[in-house]
Design a binder for this molecule. Structure first.
Ligand SMILES: Cc1cc2nc3c(=O)[nH]c(=O)nc-3n(C[C@H](O)[C@H](O)[C@H](O)COP(=O)(O)O)c2cc1C
Length: 300
């Protein structure tokens, strides 16, 4: 059975990843999850300077999902390269770094710094965070701004470039085509949906940041629809995510056209869910006499 999948010039041994921000820097999980089994590890967004993130409360559970407004808390690129990256030497799994900036220049500087770092297999551009005042989702909402950003980053690095799209747009295919046209090798979607919850007693928002990003099974049908639309509209591979919590869910995205999938919110309930999906995928292929994932990819 062939579980391998290609993301640009990166060949993964299987199509199951963990989504940015839902698996820390990966290292936190090494005692409970066999990280080397994963197709790739996507790290929490890194920015140029360390960020403390938003004021609490930062998460709120909702029906079949959660709202979060973490605000891109992270150690910053210098600390990451000095203190975290060396620890990956012992772990044989492709590392995808996810970056965000407040300006195009910040994205370019980050990409420049990472271009020569051998341990990094690909760079994912987070242009879709709904929980920051500057940058974030603003780049992913506007086709021409996104095109300018991706072109600038493309010039700064030869590494595989993944653009992570926001679902908070009217026409996801138009945005996807802009990113592809500007030189993105891969697209990933979806990031979270902008949402809000209110405490009716205090009449305050449930989150310190007021609004947050909705994720989890509640968003899955919308994410499947968007992945299906985008996979048909572009030639580059698509990484699908949004509420994947089981093998069945992962298969939906693959059949909709995803070259790879990521588990996100589900990691908080079961940190081993990605590994369980990988094992289940092998069994599903065997049972259905599928030799290669391409036999079902996009075959809805
Ligand atoms: C607590 C939390 C933190 C997140 N942080 C990031 C982040 O730092 N960068 C990013 O690109 N996406 C981030 N995301 C979005 C996820 O990577 C994913 O796109 C989204 O949650 C949809 O997948 P899911 O429904 O399986 O969680 C975060 C999501 C959650 C729930």
């Amino acid at each position: 059975m062939n579980l391998t999948t290609s993301l640009g010039n990166l060949v993964l041994k299987n199509p199951v990843l963990v989504a940015s921000g839902t698996f820390g820097y990966g290292l936190e999980y090494q005692d409970i999850v066999e990280l080397e089994k994963l197709g790739a590890l996507v790290l929490k967004t890194i920015t140029l300077n360390p960020r403390e993130g938003n004021s609490p409360p930062r998460i709120w559970e909702t029906p079949s999902g959660m709202l979060n407004a973490i605000g891109l808390q992270n150690v910053g690129i210098d600390n990451f390269l000095d203190a975290k990256l060396p620890l990956f030497k012992k772990i044989d799994v492709p590392i995808i770094i996810n970056i965000a900036g407040e300006t195009i220049d910040e994205y370019v500087e980050l990409a420049n710094r990472l271009d020569g770092v051998n341990e990094i297999a690909a760079i994912e551009l987070n242009v879709s965070c709904p929980n920051v005042k500057k940058g974030g989702m603003r780049f992913g909402e506007d086709s021409s701004l996104l095109e300018e950003l991706v072109k600038a980053v493309r010039r700064a690095t030869k590494k595989n470039l993944i653009t992570k799209l926001t679902p908070n747009v009217t026409d996801i295919t138009a945005i996807a085509k802009s990113a592809e046209g500007a030189g993105s090798d891969v697209l990933s979607l979806v990031n979270t949906f902008l949402g809000m919850a209110i405490d009716t007693n205090s009449r305050h928002p449930r989150l310190g940041y007021t609004t947050g990003g909705l994720s989890g099974p509640a968003i899955r049908p919308i994410a499947v629809r968007m992945v299906w639309q985008v996979a048909k509209a572009v030639k580059v591979p698509v990484i699908g995510m949004g509420g994947i919590a089981s093998l069945e869910d992962a298969l939906e995205f693959i059949i909709a056209g995803a070259a790879a999938i990521s588990t996100g919110t589900a990691n908080f309930i079961n940190p081993n869910i990605a590994v369980e999906i990988i094992d289940g995928l092998g069994r599903y292929m065997e049972k259905n006499n599928i030799k290669d994932l391409s036999e079902i990819r996009g075959k809805v």
